[in-house]
Ligand binder design. Structure first.
Ligand code: HEM
Ligand code: HEM
Length: 173
């Protein structure tokens, strides 16, 4: 049993984008103000918009053609797994909505080339940034728990749960 290749690609695209966005968000302030700092943050905002497309695609694919596999666990463990997955979707949504609000309340200037329209009261910049960072950090924490559970399936329970979300080897069913 294996997730279809689109589900697998969208899952790993989501995970990679979240990791890169978080790393940029946590390291950008180490770069002094100037064109490199602007470009670094601009990559964050552009990848943030890419994540929105990937997530919408993921949710639409899950609801239409994407494979839905039987539960990987039984009883309380399955309730924990399902709850974690919904929590991940909810946290992704929170981080993204607050990220977009952050970009527009700042009227973000991308690569010193184009500015997003400035919307809302600029006084919201600080609280929105704080909430955006909080959502991003909680998301990372839950994603680590989720990854730990996937690795426990693989190395402790020794079942095929992690493998079903990995790219399929050529020729395997
Ligand atoms: C930011 C990082 C990540 C996010 C946001 C994320 C999100 C998700 C979500 C929402 C699902 C549920 C899919 C669905 O049913 O719609 C899922 C499934 C899965 N994820 Fe992740 N994931 C991340 C990282 C990882 C990592 C690092 C691993 C492996 C070490 C992993 C392994 C899996 C596996 C094996 C499944 C399938 C579980 C099953 O079939 O029940 N994920 N992921
Ligand atoms: C889940 C995905 C995301 C993660 C993990 C993430 C992470 C972060 C982090 C850690 C910060 C630093 C906060 C601080 O300095 O206190 C940040 C700032 C920011 N993020 Fe995100 N972010 C995500 C998505 C987005 C999206 C979708 C957008 C907009 C399209 C966005 C726009 C911004 C902006 C404008 C800032 C402030 C930049 C500045 O200080 O100049 N983020 N993000």
């Amino acid at each position: 049993m294996h997730y279809d290749s689109i589900t697998v690609r969208l899952h790993w695209a989501t995970a990679s984008l979240v990791a890169v966005l978080w790393i940029i968000g946590q390291t950008a302030d180490l770069i002094p103000d100037g064109p490199i700092n602007t470009a670094y943050w601009s990559v964050h905002v552009v990848l943030g918009f890419v994540l929105i497309v990937v997530l919408i695609w993921r949710i639409m694919w899950r609801g239409t053609g994407g494979s839905r596999l039987p539960p990987a666990n039984a009883g309380a463990l399955q309730i924990a797994a399902d709850s974690t997955h919904y929590l991940l979707y909810a946290l992704l949504l929170c981080a993204i909505v607050l990220g977009v609000a952050n970009a527009f309340v700042r009227g973000y200037n991308l690569f010193d080339l184009v500015s997003l329209p400035q919307l809302g009261d600029k006084a919201w910049k600080k609280p929105i940034t704080r909430w955006h960072e909080l959502a991003a950090n909680v998301l990372l924490g839950v994603a680590f728990l989720h990854a730990g559970a996937a690795l426990a399936h693989h190395y402790v329970m020794r079942d095929g749960v992690l493998r079903r979300m990995l790219p399929r080897k050529a020729g395997s069913p």
